[in-house]
Design a protein around this ligand. Structure first.
Ligand SMILES: CC(=O)N[C@H]1[C@@H](OP(=O)(O)OP(=O)(O)OC[C@H]2O[C@@H](n3ccc(=O)[nH]c3=O)[C@H](O)[C@@H]2O)O[C@H](CO)[C@@H](O)[C@@H]1O[C@H](C)C(=O)N[C@@H](C)C(=O)N[C@H](CCC(=O)O)C(=O)O
Ligand SMILES: Nc1ncnc2c1ncn2[C@@H]1O[C@H](COP(=O)(O)OP(=O)(O)OP(=O)(O)O)[C@@H](O)[C@H]1O
Length: 493
């Protein structure tokens, strides 16, 4: 693409070497000098560890034909000076790939918990309604039936706009994506024309990145601000959990219609009654299209909220209640979310991704309602992330478990024993109630060894993950695999 066409709508402060620009063809846009090749446009982004402006020489050496910078820099290729490279990057990517999000129905989901589950619910519903869907989230990116690995829950603008174009070319009409607070703060979703924004809930997490809960909540509200405050022909809407204490903040951020949902309030989507059992949920709910009876294999009170959000979103997209309930009924579980490891043993093993105090409490509350005997919880906390949640996670585990085994999650660059000390130092030392086993494999082995008939073992924190990150290196590790192995070993004895 011609560079001048690419930057046509860009807010530019100054163009250096303007004459050289007129004939320049750009083959790719890059924000990482290591990805630059002959003909690239290199955008210097200020990050948390590095400042992209440092890598201009590296980029030029690799073939960058021009530089987008937000402060004056010296180099021998043309420099396009802009007020914000973060904004410029998104706008350039959107233009380069032909503004794909404007031609797609874009559903963005934000909140501390429930995003991934909701993407699975919506994927099932929209597919049942004959839409061709794509999903972008924590587990992976799915285009039609193909799955691709992702580095971030919400990828950067270059990855996003490039893949939205691919989705469009492959006939996708609806994109369901998780939008993290990191992404909102870093402008990763700038330029995405969302049609529907969904809010699940907010509870403590990521306080390593966000200085306060208010900052965290504000970042989430940016998704609703992005829906807009003027009415366009396109039917936009915000789907909001009105039982959540930050609901109003999200609602205040947009002028688009609100489809709120609530367990017991007077929301657009509300619940008449429900029943929770180990094998699933039955919910009678009301919608403007009439009442609906939903049955699902998903269980736990928190999943009622995920279902209400899914119903609200599908209702907004004119999908009939019949299709919605059929799709939810047919949906299997979500990988690593309340996933049962079943080898016909006489106790239960559940693997769950709960890694915030709130989600751990929710999943344990659900287990508490279902339990027939003891609950043994295995839990750790990730390194290099929110330290303030460590004792809170331990408290949630202690509150509902007969025995807790504290172990390593992803220690990343931190000393695993220091993380475990942060979690347990405030607890009264009592071998009966908890033990610390740093090695996760050994922790799972111990839980399986001590399990009695009808006990429930919860292995929390890593869910679908198939690795453990120790000292910055990722090793293969899958809670489900290890649990299955240990259960089979015990049964063979
Ligand atoms: C802390 C954080 O959020 N970092 C994200 C951020 O990286 P950054 O901009 O800070 O990167 P940096 O290393 O400082 O580099 C700055 C710039 O210099 C460039 N550079 C760097 C080195 C070099 O040799 N040459 C070069 O050009 C980099 O490409 C970049 O443009 O922008 C990158 C691109 O969007 C992200 O991949 C990266 O996510 C990292 C990997 C990460 O782990 N993020 C987590 C915390 C995160 O975002 N998580 C949320 C989900 C949270 C949840 O709900 O659980 C997510 O959406 O994934
Ligand atoms: N609506 C909800 N409210 C509270 N807890 C929930 C809710 N939905 C799921 N959970 C719990 O949170 C865990 C993570 O769920 P899920 O992966 O759907 O959330 P997420 O928002 O995608 O999380 P992340 O951003 O960390 O990937 C689940 O395993 C479950 O324990």
């Amino acid at each position: 693409m011609k560079l001048l066409d690419l930057i046509n709508n860009l807010q530019v402060i100054k163009l250096d070497n303007k004459d050289e620009l007129s004939n320049l063809e750009i083959t790719s846009i890059e924000m990482d000098s290591r990805q630059v090749s002959e003909g690239s446009l290199f955008v210097c982004k200020e990050g948390l560890t590095f400042d992209g402006h440092q890598f201009i020489d590296d980029a030029v050496e690799k073939g960058a034909k021009a530089i987008v910078a937000q402060r004056p820099v010296k180099t021998n290729v043309p420099v396009i000076l802009v007020p914000s490279t973060k904004q410029a990057l998104a706008q350039l990517a959107d233009t380069f790939y032909g503004q794909p999000s404007q031609q797609l129905s874009m559903i963005g989901i934000t909140g501390t918990n429930g995003k991934t589950t909701l993407t699975y619910l919506l994927d099932a519903i929209f597919s049942k309604a004959h839409h061709k869907t794509a999903v972008i989230g924590t587990i992976d990116m799915k285009i039609g039936e193909k799955r691709y690995p992702v580095q971030n829950t919400t990828p950067d603008p270059l990855f996003l706009h490039k893949h939205l174009r691919l989705m469009l070319d492959e006939g996708v009409d609806t994109v369901i994506m998780e939008v993290s607070s990191h992404a909102l703060k870093q402008g990763r979703v700038f330029g995405i024309d969302f049609d529907t924004a969904v809010y699940t809930n907010l509870s403590q997490d990521h306080l390593d990145y966000h200085p306060t809960m208010e900052d965290y909540a504000y970042a989430k509200s940016l998704l609703f601000a992005q829906l807009g405050n003027t009415y366009s022909k396109a039917k936009k809407a915000a789907i909001i959990n009105s039982d959540d204490r930050y609901a109003e903040l999200m609602m205040d951020a947009t002028a688009q219609p609100i489809v709120n949902y609530s367990l017991d309030g007077s929301a657009v989507i509300n619940v008449e009654d429900y029943n929770i059992s180990p094998s699933g949920l039955t919910i009678n709910l009301n919608t403007p299209d009439g009442p609906a009876n939903i049955t699902t294999k998903l269980t736990g009170k928190f999943n009622i909220y995920n279902i209400l959000a899914a119903v609200g979103t599908a209702y907004q997209h004119n999908i009939s209640l019949e299709v919605i309930s059929e799709a939810i009924k047919g949906m299997e579980g979500v990988p690593g979310r309340f996933e049962l490891v079943d080898s016909k043993q006489n106790f239960s093993v559940i693997v769950d991704y709960a890694h915030t105090p709130d989600s751990l409490e929710n999943v344990l509350q659900t287990i508490d309602d279902l339990k027939e005997h003891r609950v043994i919880t295995i839990i750790g906390c990730g390194g290099d992330r929110d330290r303030t949640k460590r004792p809170l996670m331990a408290d949630a585990a202690m509150k509902y478990s007969d025995h807790v085994i504290y172990t390593s999650d992803n220690p990343r660059s931190e000393d695993p024993s220091a993380i475990l000390a942060d979690m347990t130092r405030h607890l009264r030392d009592d071998d009966e109630v908890f033990t610390v086993i740093e090695n996760r494999r050994e922790a799972i082995e111990r839980a399986v060894q001590i399990a009695e008939k009808d006990d429930i073992i919860l292995i929390a924190g890593k869910g679908h993950e198939t690795y453990q990150e120790v000292n910055g290196e990722r090793h293969h590790f899958d809670d489900r695999e290890v649990a299955r192995e240990m259960v089979q070993l015990r049964m063979s004895l």
